[in-house]
Write a protein that binds this ligand. Structure first.
Ligand code: ADP
Ligand code: UDP
Length: 236
């Protein structure tokens, strides 16, 4: 497999073409951004951890019946993935109130919901990823009704598996963001990443934050939190 030209550099990853038109290589960086890109920094070793954790979880999810873009881990920071056309929706599932939900609805963080919530943001940096409902997504032709139904089904399946799996490691899965994409034949698969950058993880006993909120909120010990997640999930 040959790594060809860089196609895209995002905030946390770079995407490269390969000699196979159906495959890309993603390369995880240590760069971190928050507050709609206003806060920038580096989390040493983050790229390696997010690469390992994402691939570990995606392989587990495949076994649970959720198709993903994962093909093969190539190195510490690089993974071979199926090329998709990203559905421009950030899919957010919540089990416990936190972040923008708590702010928007004027409630404290830490309220445990009776059932998970789902919401979508329109993935568009210029518009600052606005909250969007499924009618708006259909009107904007971001996805078809069938695709949205499939995405919702997979997102709840991810939550069911991940919530239970994290709790086995004494971690509460508070909320997380997923991205889905279309393979060249139109099949919807889970893409992008599942990591402490994109999930809120709280220690079940102490409620200590073990995710990117340590960076967003300047709580300190950011690197340690990422290492702790890698350690609890994969024993490394
Ligand atoms: P952002 O674009 O939000 O700054 P990243 O730095 O994580 O995010 O960049 C990775 C980009 O690659 C994202 O835009 C993501 O949607 C996209 N992406 C993730 N998986 C795939 C894939 N399998 N095929 C094509 N694009 C992908
Ligand atoms: N999230 C993400 N990328 C985004 C926005 C949110 O990965 O662009 C994740 C975030 O890490 C959290 C969940 O989605 O786990 C819900 O985030 P929220 O809407 O509360 O926004 P935030 O408080 O992070 O701005």
């Amino acid at each position: 497999m040959e790594k060809l030209q860089q196609l895209y550099e995002g905030k946390a990853k770079k995407v490269f073409a390969t000699d196979d038109p159906e495959l890309f290589i993603v390369d995880y960086k240590d760069d971190a951004t928050a507050l709609d890109g206003l806060k920038k920094g580096t989390i040493m070793g983050k790229g390696v951890i997010n690469n390992r954790v994402t691939n570990f979880l995606m392989q587990k999810l495949e076994k649970e019946g959720v198709p993903t873009h994962f093909v093969k881990e190539l190195s510490d920071r690089e993974t071979l993935v199926k090329k998709v056309s990203i559905v421009p929706l950030e899919v957010i599932i919540r089990n416990i109130s936190a972040g923008s939900f708590a702010k928007r609805y004027g409630v404290e963080e830490g309220i445990v919901f009776d059932q998970p919530t789902i919401e979508f943001s329109y993935k568009n940096d210029e518009l600052h990823d606005p909250l969007i409902n499924t009618y708006h997504a259909l009107a904007l032709k971001l996805a078809t009704k069938e695709e949205i139904e499939t995405i919702e089904k997979y997102a709840f399946a991810v939550n069911k598996f991940l919530k239970a799996f994290m709790l086995e490691n004494n971690i509460d899965l508070v909320d997380f963001k997923l991205e889905f994409g279309r393979l060249s034949d139109g099949t919807i698969v889970l893409a992008d990443e599942i990591s402490p950058d994109t999930c809120r993880f709280w220690d079940h006993t102490t409620h200590e934050k073990l995710d990117k909120d340590r960076f967003r909120r300047d709580l300190g010990n950011v690197e340690d939190a990422y290492k702790e997640i890698l350690h609890r999930l994969m024993g490394e």
